[in-house]
Design a protein around this ligand. Structure first.
Ligand SMILES: Nc1ncnc2c1ncn2[C@@H]1O[C@H](COP(=O)(O)OP(=O)(O)OP(=O)(O)O)[C@@H](O)[C@H]1O
Ligand SMILES: [Mg+2]
Length: 366
């Protein structure tokens, strides 16, 4: 087969490949940017809706299979690029592509634990990730990322005071707790809090990020409302336990996001069940069963996952390393479920970004 014929056959076959998140073909997505055949190498350049890290491997493997079927003797290289987006009308967080608030109506349901694991899971796939801890009274992320007692130091850059986030496990971390002492936090109220918070997201220099995970304080009061309005959110994730009293708060949380026009990208049911390590065949529904799943159905919002109650996860949080980064056999199920949650979140973000892309909400400057 001559090179031209080979290129057209490759194009023809790749056109039919389906993006697993968007359920559309490469033809429909206009995803094939370039096909090059040279010296026994087939090089493909794809252009996909971001964020692509969580699906890149799967898409790569599918494409390689297609290419090997057509030309088994050739080497393959798949290069990923992103469909352009325009964030130039943003006044803050200009380099951050996707900003996701993690919220709950009720405290203590595991928002911070889910946020830290989502951030770490996304970073594991090579995405650039930051986490912003908005809780003044009980900031958890510095503990969960082993950055306790770190402070944010303002430095002057181009006539502006900026601060750089701390970093661990490939995740940039900044928190309200890094800006004030515990004594200060205890007396800070309403408007002052909003001021601190504005400083936190306006003056922290995040650089370019694929994801900024924003761990909101619990509840649906003024502080949460102000925070969700000031930050250009891509969407929100609502965390709940399966039990009924937690679910009433979920409804409130969803209405809050509706009010400020922020799409709820999904619900995470946390502490869904407990599998005793010494009795792996047993499953206990400690906090009720499937409440998160049901509310997701009721509200027609995707359920991103049901995360078990797990002793290692609690210990990892306290010891400063998200459990998705652990390699022990005991945490296998936990890791798997949390990676799935991250993958599902990425999928919902991509669906959202695709909708905006085709609706022309985003000005495409090529
Ligand atoms: N699936 C889980 N398995 C075991 N422990 C968990 C799980 N999820 C959360 N935890 C633990 O439960 C406690 C509460 O979780 P976390 O601090 O994340 O909740 P939160 O919703 O952020 O609370 P707050 O409302 O105070 O901000 C923490 O000790 C955390 O490590
Ligand atoms: Mg918390």
């Amino acid at each position: 087969m001559d090179t031209n014929a080979l290129v057209s056959e490759i194009r023809h076959e790749l056109m039919g490949v389906v993006d697993p998140d968007l359920d559309l073909t490469f033809e429909e997505l206009d995803a094939i940017r370039n096909i090059e055949v040279n010296n026994g190498l087939i090089k493909i350049v794809l252009e996909l809706v971001q964020p692509i890290n969580m699906v890149a491997e799967q898409i790569n493997d599918t494409c390689v299979k297609v290419l090997q079927n057509i030309a088994p003797d050739y080497e393959n290289e798949i290069i990923f690029s992103e469909k352009p987006i325009d964030l130039s009308d943003r006044e803050v967080l200009k380099g951050v592509k996707n900003i996701v608030a993690v919220a709950s109506g009720k405290g203590g349901v595991g928002k911070s634990a889910i946020s830290s694991n989502l951030a770490a899971a996304l970073a594991m796939t090579g995405a650039r990730v930051g986490i912003l801890d908005g809780d003044v009274y009980g900031p958890s992320q510095p503990t969960m990322f082993n950055l306790k007692d770190k402070t944010l130091q303002g430095v002057e850059e181009n006539g502006k005071i900026v601060a750089f986030p701390h970093e661990n496990y490939g995740v940039k971390v900044a928190s309200m707790g890094m800006m004030m002492s515990k004594d200060q936090a205890a007396i800070v109220r309403g408007p002052m809090l909003a001021g601190y918070f504005t400083t936190l997201f306006e003056q922290v220099e995040w650089g370019v990020l694929d994801f900024l995970i924003f761990d909101l304080p619990p509840g649906t009061g003024d502080i949460q409302l102000t925070m969700t309005q000031r930050i250009p959110l891509t969407g929100a994730v609502v965390v709940t336990t399966p039990q009924e009293i937690s679910l009433a708060d979920v409804r409130r949380s969803i209405s809050m996001f509706d009010k400020v026009d922020v799409p709820v990208l999904g619900i995470v049911e946390n502490m869904s069940y407990f599998v005793p390590p010494d009795m792996p065949d047993k499953k206990y529904y400690v906090f009720g069963k499937e409440g998160g799943k049901e509310i997701a159905k009721e509200k027609d919002i995707p359920l991103l996952g049901q995360v078990p109650l797990n002793i290692d996860m609690r210990e990892s949080n306290d010891n400063g390393m998200p459990v998705v980064l652990s390699e022990s056999k005991e945490t296998e199920l936990q890791r798997q479920v949390l990676m799935e949650v991250a993958k599902n979140l990425s999928k919902e973000i991509r669906k959202r970004n695709y909708e905006q892309y085709v609706s022309g909400d985003i000005d495409i400057s090529i």
